[in-house]
Design a protein. Structure first.
Length: 483
């Protein structure tokens, strides 16, 4: 009698085990080296036990390794030298690491301190400067300022907790500053790429049209007025101002198309795609949705190069591992939760909803938009309520209304950036056309977001909405269940 060999450890389960361990480090934290040794020992013992138990040992090893590494990273993120010097005022050497946020009376920028007075340090801070001109990303500043504590809970937002999850424990409130240089290396390249992409994609545009183009291409909504941001949130279109998988897919597809037009071999085209994805991630920054999509796109190209089968769940989990291995607190970030909830909904719910729409008088593309918007709206509603205490009700019609402008807006923005080195006038023409797409998108947000019933903010209304969704889901499941 022949006994079938047991299946090897499934990579998706192994990746899920690592994710579970990284998340568990937030609850049970221990950086004791013995845990890493136990993980290695469990993995080694899997080679000497019955094959049906080897998978369990490897999964346990992955959970332990993830929990240990997550604990190590959390210890680094929670450590602060500057927190013990709150109230001190010194001249500091600071590097601006991100775009500014303009408040009513001040500028707030992510930064990294390399010197505080005579103290040599390498620690992230939130830099607060007087309102006025803003130093560019990547600039090295000499700042005379005081260390203060972040703001506590106010109007449902705890700034101190939010910053601590990013490894930031103090605010440097500067009185005077001057630029003394710029950072170099890979971060300096990222600064140049971001500046070039922002200037090129919105060449010649001003006002909210420029802000929308920069939001869609770079994920930066700093150029939009507050009332328009509120309309984007209320209408359920705010996700368009965050760089997503669609952006990375368009970058990768454009690179492959260019390689095909130039007659470049497929192997070189895939390598060019990897380079394009890497450059785009450097330009827009390591946002959760960007890293997730970039990992999926890069692994897709590598899978073709190495002739391996692609698996979307494996790619999704690897994206989560990359993010959580760097900062386990990311699992509590709204961007992470919304991005991964939406992708899981697209994988699981959207195809079922799309099949249910067959037979209705809807064009194919519109039915696709409705299916994806409905699935994402259902999956992200609990996250939106938990994080922001608001649920947009008109996500589906808003996205259906905005859909014709989204891909052209992103495509024209990237095309303008690509054309800029060859023809500034051509880039300006493409950007001017893109301005109409941006104006249309702003009109959609204002039209839908301005309606009095665009979103739910009442706890009772949210509970009624959840009950209605559960009843509808139960009814649909009963209808679809085979008799």
């Amino acid at each position: 009698m022949t006994v079938a060999a047991p299946s090897p450890v499934v990579p998706q389960r192994l990746a899920a085990a690592v994710v579970l361990g990284l998340v568990a480090s937030l609850v049970v934290r221990s950086a004791w080296p013995g845990i890493a040794c136990a993980a290695g020992l469990a993995a080694a013992c899997s080679a000497f036990v019955r094959p049906d138990r080897a998978g369990l040992l490897v999964a346990c090893s992955a959970v332990l390794a993830g929990a240990w590494w997550g604990s190590v990273r959390l210890a680094v993120l929670d450590r602060s030298v500057l927190a013990g010097r709150v109230g001190w005022a010194e001249t500091s050497l600071v590097t601006v690491t991100g775009p500014p946020r303009r408040g009513r009376f001040e500028l707030r920028l992510p930064a990294r301190v390399s010197r505080f007075g005579r103290l040599r340090v390498d620690e992230p801070v939130l830099l607060e400067l007087p309102r006025g001109r803003s130093p560019p990303q990547g600039a090295r500043l000499e700042v005379l300022g005081e260390l203060i504590r972040p703001r506590g809970p106010s109007h449902g937002f705890d700034e101190a907790r939010w910053l601590r999850r990013q490894g930031v424990h103090v605010v440097l409130r500067g009185d005077r500053w001057r630029i003394v240089g710029r950072r170099g290396g890979l971060p300096g390249l990222a600064d140049h790429l971001r500046g070039w992409l922002g200037r090129s994609a919105a060449r010649g545009l001003t006002g909210e049209r420029r802000g929308i183009v920069e939001g869609v291409v770079l994920g930066d909504d700093a150029g939009l007025p507050d009332d328009l941001k509120r309309d984007f949130r209320a209408s359920g279109l705010y996700h368009l101002l965050a760089v997503s998988g669609q952006n990375v897919a368009l970058v990768a597809g454009s690179a492959l198309l260019l390689a095909w037009l130039l007659g470049v071999p497929r192997l070189l085209g895939e390598l060019g795609t990897l380079t394009a994805i890497g450059a785009y991630v450097l330009a827009v920054g390591a946002q959760p949705s960007v890293v997730r999509a970039a990992v999926a796109g890069a692994l897709g190209s590598l899978a073709w190069i190495t002739a391996r089968q692609k698996d979307r769940w494996h790619f999704l989990l690897l994206g989560a591992i990359v993010l959580l291995a760097w900062n386990p607190y990311t699992v509590l970030d709204p961007g992470f939760e919304l991005s991964f909830a939406a992708v899981v909904a697209i994988f699981l719910l959207a195809p079922r909803i799309r099949r249910r729409l067959d037979g209705y008088p809807l064009p194919g593309r519109l039915a696709d938009v409705v299916a994806v918007s409905t699935a994402c709206g259902l999956a992200t509603a609990p996250v939106a309520w938990f994080q922001f205490h608001a649920i947009p009700l008109l996500t589906v019609p808003a996205n259906a209304l905005a859909a014709p402008a989204v891909v052209p807006l992103l495509g024209l923005g990237l095309a303008a950036a690509a054309v800029t080195p060859l023809s500034g006038g051509g880039a300006a023409t493409l950007a001017a056309l893109n301005g109409w797409c941006a104006a249309y998108l702003a009109g959609c947000a204002r039209l839908v977001g301005g309606l009095p019933f665009a979103q739910v903010r009442s706890g009772r209304a949210a509970a009624a909405l959840a009950l209605a969704a559960l009843l509808a889901g139960a009814y649909a499941w009963r209808r679809c269940r085979p008799s």
